[in-house]
Design a protein around this ligand. Sequence first.
Ligand SMILES: C[S@@+](CC[C@H](N)C(=O)[O-])C[C@H]1O[C@@H](n2cnc3c(N)ncnc32)[C@H](O)[C@@H]1O
Length: 384
Amino acid sequence: MTPQARVQAAIEIVDQVIASAREDGPPADAIVSAYFKTRRYAGSKDRRAVREWVFRAIRHSAEVPASGRAALLPIASEWFGGEGHGPALAGDDEPRAGEGVVPRWVQPLLSPLVEPDEWPALVERAPVDLRANLARTTRDEMAAHFGAAPTPLSPWGLRLPADSAVSTDEAFADGMVEVQDEGSQLIALACDPAAREVMVDLCAGAGGKALALAAANPAARIVACDTSRARLAKLAPRAERAGAAIENRLLDQPREAEGLADLSGAADLVLVDAPCSGSGTWRRNPEGRWRLTPDRLDRLAELQMRVLDLAAPLVRPGGTLVYAVCSHLAREGRDQAQAFLSRHSGFEPEDTPMDVGRLDGMGRLLTPGHDGTDGFFIARFRAT
Ligand SMILES: C[S@@+](CC[C@H](N)C(=O)[O-])C[C@H]1O[C@@H](n2cnc3c(N)ncnc32)[C@H](O)[C@@H]1O
């Protein structure tokens, strides 16, 4: 492909990314892969270059651009002109995407700790973090195997450069490591897993945190719940690879409480890794900024409240509830934690066992700019 044709391909892909953000469709990565499935003429260098253009265009623009052309014009105008199968010459009054990190309507909703000087880090390319599965290996052994540096905050973590391929490595296939951002590892650490016998991961998804809990305490009973069959189905093969014993439980929305009745008052620890805006992972999914709308945020805040209320009765007296979201928005983090306490007088806040991030209300906030992790809010409550 000519350089111009690569830019044209990026324009077509960004058009699809814009539509997918509107319709809650697949992520940009999946769209790039699907695009090249039907274009066998593109070699690996072409694919890499096009992908690079696509993500540069997405990172460049906080607001949804008018089109793929509008997204590429500000960063690739030298290739517009119709040569070499490239995009046609741009008109003077053609729309161009503006530069920005945080969408205007989201800016007042950020935690006040996230000041504008750290906004650029919210969309910078992220490294690949691994979690060594201590049930099978040591971090030092995996550091030597991958030639990776230890992460500074998590005792289980290793850090590789952005875009490192891990899934084809034999240590990955043998369950010695999982790909997991250091911030996610810190959520599992905030659960104090070694001290628990019964742990419920209420929003387990594909089980990233449940696997970390199991690695830290292989003897514990871990119940991984979710309302999404598709997400939960991904946990079983991962658990098998890691040699972890985790019970899977598919909950039926809106009758989740019925499916949890036998766990009432039985859990030493309930983790609520709640559905959220994902604003803390914009550096991995920068088009997440284009997906979020005020309506969607309202629905997520409702859901967070609902899963917290489902979690509360499961915690035994003296047990712990950990609430986490991968978000920098005060409404999903510190405000949600405060509202939980005002609804549940049988809980009191307690600090996380590790001194990481910054205090944000009664929880802790981790951010890419301050901590080098994805963005997370973590709060801990003790059942009195
Ligand atoms: C942030 S994701 C969880 C990520 C997961 N813990 C991990 O570490 O990979 C939130 C999950 O909550 C699930 N969820 C949504 N509504 C729920 C509900 N009412 N009860 C339980 N899980 C729910 C979603 O399906 C989604 O998988």
